[in-house]
Design a protein around this ligand. Structure first.
Ligand code: ARG
Length: 245
């Protein structure tokens, strides 16, 4: 390949160089976080992150493949080189940054709680911190980590992914779930007869693209890409499509 885009730290070519050489970008996704990554009726991955991934592929002039994982499997897949990057509504955190390097933030998303619609009494998470209450958690997410910090008395129920945790709330098997606000907002639009979001932000977070650890050429490229993509026309269109309609 004729295009040279720089080395990847101490050992071998950068990830960005590998993507260009193989003419394909492989992105890790964990569908079920509306409206960032989800399946349409045909089972095709769609959402804000999917459009972002396609725009990255376009900028690099390569084909894009999305590989699916449980959310907790994304960082391990990046570490083994199974995928080139994670674009999956992932919150930038210091503990994760020991294993991967993050791009600059591309979106902010606070944590909120969602309760069954039949519960009209609950005003804050504190109302639910009682031994007879069950909190549904999407394993490996920041919502789950936050719930374990906040709740001292309630019981925790682990689920694979937000969709399953939310279903437990919808079916009155759990008393609440904590998750990213955009995900709850869309879930409530789709299930407004059975659930209710409480839009009181418990923590504010930044979402970033996870890249192989210390691959400076790749981090540098991605931040340059994001600087021009964010709020440019393609991003405006994606924001309009996924968050405003
Ligand atoms: N922002 C949260 C986190 O980083 C939740 C992300 C869940 N993403 C997903 N694609 N299921 O833990």
């Amino acid at each position: 390949c004729s295009q040279e885009v720089g080395g990847g730290g101490a050992t071998g070519p950068s990830t960005i160089q590998k993507i260009v050489d193989r003419n394909k970008l492989i992105i890790g996704t964990s569908p079920g976080y509306f409206p960032f990554e989800m399946k349409d009726k045909q089972g095709v991955n769609v959402g804000y992150d999917i459009d972002l991934g396609k725009a990255i592929g376009e900028a690099l002039k390569v084909e894009v493949e999305f590989k699916e994982f449980e959310f907790g499997g994304l960082i391990p897949a990046l570490q083994t080189g199974d995928i080139d990057m994670v674009i999956s509504g992932m919150t930038i955190r210091g503990d994760r940054a020991l294993a991967v390097s993050f791009s600059d933030p591309y979106y902010s998303a606070g944590q909120i709680i969602m309760v069954p619609k039949s519960d009209s009494a609950t005003k804050t998470w504190k109302d639910l911190d009682k031994p007879d209450k069950k909190i549904a958690l999407a394993q490996g997410t920041t919502g789950a980590l936050l719930a374990k910090q906040l709740f001292q008395n309630a019981q925790m129920m682990d689920f694979d992914g937000f969709a399953n945790a939310a279903l437990a709330v919808k079916q009155n098997q759990a008393d609440a779930v904590i998750f990213d606000e955009p995900g709850i907002a869309v879930y409530e639009i789709m299930n407004g007869d059975s659930v209710r979001g409480i839009y009181d932000t418990l923590s504010s977070e930044n979402l970033g693209i996870a890249l192989p650890l210390n691959d400076h050429a790749t981090i540098q490229w991605m931040n340059s890409f994001l600087a021009s993509y964010r709020n440019g026309p393609a991003d405006q269109a994606a924001i309009q499509k996924w968050f405003k309609s």
